[in-house]
Design a protein around this ligand. Structure first.
Ligand SMILES: *Cc1c(COP(=O)(O)O)cnc(C)c1O
Length: 807
C-alpha cells in the first residue's frame, strides 16, 4: 500500500506552495537547494500528521509505549529513507521532472546528521525504523548536538578533525516544540524541611538550564507507524544574567549563557571509551532529566496517577550513558509527586531496562563522587540511598556484608554506572550470545549470581530496508524478481534465495551485481582521490571505528607481509587484492591516529610503486559515516571482522556486509559466532584464538616476543616498520607490537597472525580458482541474513523485555 494514493501532481502542488510561501518565487525558478528544502518540509509535515494519528490511536487504546534513551542516534540521511518507507519514491521522481531535477541530485544535498560515533548510535537508529515498521509506539530521546561527530580529513597523512555543521541542511527535518520545553537543575544546595505533610526537599540556588525539544519523525515502511526522535537543545534559562549585566559585568553575563549552551554544543567523539568529564556528566543528566520529566508529565496528564507507569511505559537505557534516569525518576516520583521510597522504587525498577554494549574496562563508565555531589546534589543523595538499601538487602540475603560490598555502586571515590544500571533495572541484556555469556561469566558475575533472572541476550540487528533495499537497488531488484518483495517486511523470507544455490544464471547475476557495485565504489575512489583500483581484484574491506581491539593493525601487518613478498620477487601466491579501509579515530587517541597514518603511508607507497600496484592496492577512504557505508557495503567481497575474540560485543558492520553478499573473514567474536551458526563454517573464513583461549593465554602470561622469534615473516615486518614506509619510520608501532620487555600488543596481533594468513589464503583460492563456489558462498550469506534484521531484534525486546504490543 502506497501512502494514501499520493500522486505526482499532489506532490508538485505541495512543493510549489512551500516554495512560494517561503521564498515568494515561482517553483520553476527555484534552485536545487530550495527544492530539497521544500520537498523535505512537505515530507516532514506528512510524517508529523501521520505520527499524530498514530499517537491518537495509541492514546485511545491506552497502549504501552517504549522510550528509548540514548546519547547517540546515527540516523543517516532522511529524505530517501522516508520516501522509500512511504513508498512514494517513484511519484516524487515524476513530480521532480517539472523542475528538471532528479531525486539523486537532492539526496546528495542532505548532510548526514552525525549524532553518534558508530555502532551504538546506528543501532538506535535501526531500532527506530523497525519499531515504526512493526507498529510499536516508540519515542527516542537524545541531544541535538549542534556539531555531530567531526568530519575526518587526512592532511599530510595525519587525521585532522573538522566541524560537522549538519544543521545547515538537515534542520528541515526538525520541528521545534518550544512550548514543551522543561527546566533542568544543576549545582546548588539541598535543604530538607519537615512539614506536617512530611519531608519536603528544596533545591536552593540551582543553575537552571532550559531543554528545548526538536522532533524528528522516522517513517515506518508500508504501514501506520511513525517513530518520534526527540532531540533536546540546551538554552540558558535567562538568556542573559540581568544581575551581572546591570553590574556592568557584560562579558561574564554572556559567558554564563554560553556555559548553558555548551551542553548541546558537541558530541563527545570517543567510541568505546569513557571520559569522566564534567561536561559529559552534564550532558547525560540534561538528557535524562528532560526526558524523564516529559515522560512522567505526559503519563500523569493522561492517567492522573503514576501508580501504573510501568504498565504504560517501558524506559530503555542504551548503555550506561543514561543511567542517571534511575535516580532522576526516583527524584520526580518522591520530591514532585510525594511517593514513598518503596513505592517509587518498585515503579522505577519495573519501568527501566538496560543494555550493556561493552566489556572493555576503559569503556565502563565511572564518575568522581565529588563531581556528582556538587553538580547533582539531590541525585547524589538518591544514588547513595539506592546503594545503601541494596547492600543492606544483599548483605542480609548472603549473611555476608563483605560479599555484598563487591556489588557496590561506589568504589575508589567513583560511581560505577553499570552497577547502578543493574540494580535499578528489571532486565539487563547483552547484544550477542557470546557477549551476554561473557557478561554473566566475568564482568557482571556477582550480579548474575545475585539476580540471575535479570540477565538475558538480545542479539543486535540492522534494518535491511536501508542496508539492502535502498543502498543496493540492483540486489534488491534481483531478489524481488526471484523471491518476491515479501522479505522487505518479513526478512526471514530471504532464506528462499537458498533454492537458487545451484542456479548458474542466478549465481552469474549475483556476480554481475557485485561487479557493478565495485565499479561504483571504484569511481567514487577515483573521483575523490585519483587512485585507480583494479575492479577485478578482490575487494577486501575493513570499515569501522579505529580501535586497537578491532585490530586494523593485524590487517595492515598482512599488507606489509605481502609487500615484502612482492619486493623479494616471491609472488606465486599473491592474488590481486584491493584493501579498503574506512575508520575515524577519536581525536585524543594517539595510537589509533598513528595506525591510520601507517595505512595511509602504505597506500601512498603502493600507488608510487607500479610493481606492487600490479598485485595489490590500499585505499583509505576518509570520513566513514552512514552515507559512505551505504556505498561501501554493496561493494564488499571480503568483510574483515577480526577483533580479538571476546572484545567485540556484537558488531553490526559484519551484518551489513553479509546482507550485501560479502563473505566474512573473522574471529569467533560477537555476532560473528551467530553468523557462523547461520551460514555454516564452510561459508565463513574463521581464524584465531577463541575467547577462552585468549583469557587463559592472558592469565598464563602472553608475550608477543615468543611469536616474533618463531616467525621469519614477523621479523621481516618489524624490520620493514623500523626502516620506514618509505622513509617515515614506524618504530613506535613496532615497539608497541613487541613491547619493551613487557607483554607487547595487548590485542595479540602476533598470536593470530599465522592463522589469519591461512584464512586469507583459503579465501583467495576460492575466489580466484572457483568463482562459482565463491558466488554460492555469497548467496548463502545473503540468504542467511534475515535473522540479523533489527525487526527480529525489536520483536524480541518488545516481547521479552518491554512487554509492548504492536498496533
Ligand atoms: C554499522 C556502522 C558502524 C558499526 O560498525 P562495526 O563494524 O559494527 O563496528 C559504525 N559506523 C557506521 C557509520 C556504521 O554504519
Amino acid at each position: 500500500m502506497r501512502e494514501k494514493n499520493i500522486e505526482a501532481k499532489h506532490i508538485n502542488a505541495l512543493i510549489d506552495e512551500e516554495i512560494s510561501r517561503y521564498w515568494n518565487i515561482e517553483s520553476r525558478s527555484a534552485n536545487s537547494i530550495q527544492i530539497y528544502r521544500a520537498l523535505s518540509v512537505v515530507i516532514r509535515d506528512m510524517l508529523l500528521k501521520k505520527h499524530n494519528q498514530f499517537k491518537n490511536f495509541v492514546n485511545k487504546n491506552e497502549q504501552k509505549q517504549v522510550y528509548y534513551i540514548c546519547m547517540e542516534f546515527l540516523v543517516g540521511k532522511s529524505l530517501r529513507n522516508n520516501l522509500y518507507n512511504l513508498k512514494i519514491e517513484n511519484e516524487t521522481e515524476i513530480a521532480l521532472k517539472k523542475y528538471n531535477i532528479k531525486l539523486e541530485d537532492l539526496y546528495v544535498i542532505e548532510k548526514d546528521p552525525g549524532l553518534g560515533n558508530g555502532g551504538l548510535g546506528r543501532l538506535a537508529s535501526c531500532f527506530m525504523d523497525s519499531l515504526a515498521t512493526q507498529g510499536y509506539p516508540a519515542t527516542g530521546f537524545s541531544i541535538k548536538y549542534e556539531f555531530g561527530l567531526f568530519k575526518q580529513k587526512i592532511i599530510d597523512g595525519w587525521q585532522t578533525e573538522l566541524p560537522d555543521d549538519w544543521l545547515t541542511t538537515s534542520d528541515v527535518w526538525l520541528v521545534a516544540k518550544t512550548e514543551e520545553r522543561v527546566v533542568v537543575k544543576f549545582d546548588g544546595k539541598i535543604r530538607e524541611e519537615w512539614t506536617t505533610s512530611g519531608l519536603v526537599i528544596h533545591h536552593d540556588y540551582p543553575t537552571e538550564i532550559e531543554a528545548v525539544p526538536y522532533d524528528m519523525f522516522i517513517s515506518g515502511y508500508d504501514g501506520d507507524g511513525v517513530s518520534l526522535l526527540r532531540l533536546w537543545e540546551s538554552k540558558s534559562l535567562n538568556s542573559i544574567d540581568m544581575n551581572l549585566f546591570s553590574q556592568g559585568d557584560y562579558i561574564r553575563a554572556l559567558s554564563e549563557d554560553s556555559m548553558a549552551e555548551a551542553i548541546s554544543k558537541v558530541l563527545y567523539p570517543a567510541d568505546n571509551h569513557y571520559e569522566g568529564k564534567i561536561l559529559r556528566l552534564k550532558q547525560q543528566y540534561f538528557l535524562v532529566s528532560a526526558s524523564a520529566q516529559t515522560i512522567v508529565k505526559k503519563h500523569y496528564k493522561k492517567y492522573k496517577t503514576l501508580d501504573n507507569l510501568s504498565d504504560k511505559a517501558a524506559i530503555h537505557i542504551n548503555d550506561t550513558h543514561p543511567a542517571l534516569i534511575i535516580p532522576e525518576l526516583m527524584r520526580i516520583l518522591m520530591d514532585d509527586y510525594g511517593y514513598s521510597w518503596e513505592k517509587a522504587w518498585y515503579i522505577v525498577v519495573n519501568t527501566v531496562s538496560y543494555t550493556n554494549h561493552t566489556v572493555l574496562s576503559e569503556a565502563l563508565e565511572t564518575f568522581d563522587i565529588d563531581i556528582v555531589k556538587t553538580k547533582l546534589p539531590r541525585i547524589f543523595m538518591i544514588i547513595s540511598e539506592i546503594n545503601r538499601r541494596f547492600l543492606q538487602e544483599a548483605g542480609s540475603k548472603y549473611n555476608d556484608f563483605n560479599k555484598a560490598e563487591q556489588m557496590s555502586v561506589f568504589g575508589y571515590d567513583k560511581i560505577n554506572m553499570a552497577n547502578l544500571c543493574i540494580i535499578g533495572s528489571h532486565t539487563v541484556n547483552g547484544v550477542a550470545k557470546l557477549h551476554s555469556e561473557i557478561l554473566r561469566r566475568t564482568v557482571f558475575k556477582k550480579f548474575y549470581e545475585y539476580s540471575p533472572y535479570k540477565f538475558m541476550n538480545v542479539t543486535n540487528g540492522i534494518t535491511h530496508r536501508r542496508w539492502l533495499n535502498q543502498s543496493n537497488p540492483r540486489l534488491k531488484n534481483l531478489l524481488d524478481d526471484l523471491i518476491g518483495a515479501d522479505y522487505t517486511k518479513h526478512p526471514s523470507k530471504l532464506s528462499e534465495l537458498k533454492k537458487y544455490i545451484d542456479d548458474d544464471v542466478v549465481l552469474h547475476k549475483l556476480d554481475e551485481i557485485k561487479y557493478e557495485n565495485k565499479k561504483l565504489l571504484a569511481e567514487f575512489i577515483y573521483n575523490t582521490y585519483q587512485i585507480s583500483v583494479n575492479t577485478d581484484s578482490i575487494f577486501d574491506i575493513q570499515a569501522k571505528r579505529l580501535h586497537e581491539y578491532k585490530r586494523q593493525l593485524l590487517n595492515a601487518l598482512r599488507i606489509i607481509s605481502l609487500i615484502i613478498d612482492i619486493n623479494e620477487g616471491n609472488t606465486t601466491h599473491i592474488k590481486p587484492e584491493t584493501f579498503i579501509f574506512a575508520a575515524k579515530a577519536a581525536p585524543g587517541y594517539y595510537r589509533a591516529k598513528e595506525i591510520i597514518q601507517m595505512i595511509v603511508a602504505l597506500s601512498d607507497y603502493i600507488n608510487k610503486n607500479p610493481n606492487i600496484k600490479k598485485y595489490i592496492n590500499v585505499v583509505f577512504v576518509e570520513n566513514y559515516s552512514v552515507s559512505l557505508a551505504e556505498i561501501i557495503m554493496p561493494a564488499g567481497e571480503l568483510s574483515e571482522q577480526i577483533s580479538l575474540a571476546g572484545k567485540e560485543a556484537s558488531g553490526t558492520g559484519n551484518m551489513k556486509f553479509m546482507l550485501n553478499g560479502a563473505v566474512t573473514i573473522g574471529t569467533y567474536d560477537g555476532a560473528n559466532v551467530e553468523i557462523i551458526n547461520q551460514v555454516g563454517e564452510e561459508n565463513f573464513f574463521l581464524f584465531g584464538l577463541r575467547d577462552y583461549e585468549v583469557e587463559s593465554l592472558w592469565k598464563t602470561g602472553y608475550s608477543s616476543i615468543h611469536y616474533y622469534q618463531k616467525s621469519l615473516k614477523l621479523r621481516k615486518i618489524i624490520d620493514f616498520l623500523n626502516k620506514g614506509i618509505p622513509s617515515k619510520s614506524f618504530e613506535s608501532i613496532s615497539k608497541y607490537l613487541l613491547g619493551d620487555s613487557q607483554v607487547g600488543d595487548p590485542y595479540m596481533c602476533f598470536a593470530d597472525f599465522d592463522s589469519y594468513l591461512d584464512a586469507h589464503n583459503k579465501a583467495s583460492s576460492v575466489y580466484f580458482d572457483d568463482k562459482r563456489k565463491w558466488n554460492q558462498m555469497s548467496l548463502v550469506n545473503i540468504a542467511s541474513a534475515g535473522i540479523f534484521s533489527s525487526d527480529r531484534t525489536i520483536k524480541e525486546y518488545a516481547d521479552s523485555i518491554w512487554n509492548i504490543k504492536s498496533i
